[in-house]
Design a protein around this ligand. Structure first.
Ligand code: GLU
Length: 380
């Protein structure tokens, strides 16, 4: 009897194990099949169009702290940016499924201090290509915060679509306590799927704010409220699930912009030279000698330059290098002054040096004439 019971139990156990093995093989086969189908889908469609009632949003990843990780959850500075792939970043915010059909694409995975002109062009061309697809409703770009404003402003000037483009980053890595990346990404997708976001140019979101790429700047090295739009204000805000817009940029951008990257293979070299007490002409000479086609001066105050700096800059102008006066002050307009007419310099309006550099690179794809370049600073 005991033997018989033992035999029955053993066969039940064996059957159960076989059934389990079978199920898990089936699951494996199914998941292999699914991943094969997904691979094929990746090749044929730009985005996942699963839920027809939701917008199709493509997330283009470039790296940064939002994809950063450290071994310690209290380490908010010594982490490695660009450690996680976009699929992991998206998977860490499962709530995205409720607001959009989200698909990721890895364009790069670098700290944004290593975003160069080649990457800017690659990203801009991919954004334009995707927005041309009827199935893509909006784009989110994940980016390191250090130079995020430069990429955002570049896209603001060269994207040829009025569909929403939102650039997002985070100040704390994904591995940190109170990481800000997941909510920032959720907000970015939410904005990109909002109808009112159309036609507002490229936007930046961090810390519950929606800003225009034209005005936003990083103001603090580590805090989560680092991104500010100080003089001109934000264009909107997100509270809970509600996206609200209040303003929009009045200067030309996206569909109104005359800058076109489709045929550009390389952007001209433009450097930024800092203005300071006892600065010297030789830094201008060195930049020109090394091949700079344009120089932005991060000058003091309302763009004032020392006699030495003016000497260096006027020599540069004689060699067809365009000089743009911006300011290291961090805020305010550099006004067009007599010195600009006298030396054929250009004033940067309210663009900070790093954004003045972006506009100068694009301006130089059109002209070397300082008067013409000046008109761009008045319009964009
Ligand atoms: N330096 C890195 C970057 O810009 C980390 C800064 C950040 O993303 O917050 O990508």
């Amino acid at each position: 009897m005991t033997k018989w019971l033992g035999a029955v139990l053993l066969s039940v156990l064996l059957l159960a194990t076989a059934a389990c093995a079978n199920t898990s093989t089936q699951e494996n086969n199914q998941s292999k099949q699914e991943s094969k189908t997904n691979e094929t889908k990746e090749k044929t469609t730009a985005v996942e169009t699963g839920n027809k009632s939701l917008s199709n949003i493509k997330v283009l990843a470039t790296g940064g702290t939002i994809a950063g990780a450290s071994d310690s959850d209290t380490d908010t500075t010594g982490y490695k940016s660009g450690s996680l792939g976009i699929d992991k970043v998206i998977a860490s915010v499962p709530q995205l499924k409720n607001i959009a059909n989200v698909t990721g694409e890895q364009v790069a995975n670098v700290g944004s201090e290593n975003v160069d002109n080649a990457l800017l062009l690659k990203l801009a061309k991919r954004v334009n290509q995707l927005l041309n697809d009827d199935q893509v409703d909006g784009i989110v770009v994940t980016h390191g915060t250090d130079t995020l404003e430069e990429t955002a402003y570049f896209l603001h000037l060269v994207v040829k679509s009025d569909k929403p483009v939102v650039v997002v980053g985070s100040m704390r890595p994904a591995s940190a306590i109170s990481a800000d990346g997941p909510l920032n990404l959720y907000h970015a997708v939410k904005i990109a799927s909002t109808k009112e976001a159309k036609g507002k140019g490229v936007m930046v979101t961090l810390n519950d704010r929606i800003a225009s790429a034209r005005f936003i700047t990083k103001t603090n090295t580590t805090t989560t409220d680092s991104f500010k739009s100080l003089e001109q204000g934000y264009i909107g805000e997100i509270a809970g699930e509600v996206v609200s817009f209040y303003n929009e940029p009045t200067r030309k951008h996206t569909t109104e912009s005359e800058f076109d990257v489709s045929k550009i293979k390389e952007l001209p070299q433009v450097d930024i030279l800092y203005g300071y007490q006892n600065d010297q002409k030789y830094v201008y000479d060195a930049a020109v000698k090394a091949g700079a086609k344009g120089i932005v001066v991060a000058a003091a105050g309302n763009g004032t330059m020392s006699t030495e700096a003016i000497k260096g800059a006027t020599d540069a102008v004689k060699k067809d290098v365009v000089i743009v006066r911006s300011s290291r002050a961090g805020n305010g307009i550099v006004t067009h002054e007599k010195m600009d007419d006298e030396h054929h310099f250009v004033s940067s309006d309210s663009l900070n040096p790093q954004k003045a550099r972006i506009l100068l690179m694009l301006a130089l794809t059109k002209t070397k004439n300082p008067d013409k370049v000046q008109t761009y600073y008045e319009q964009y």
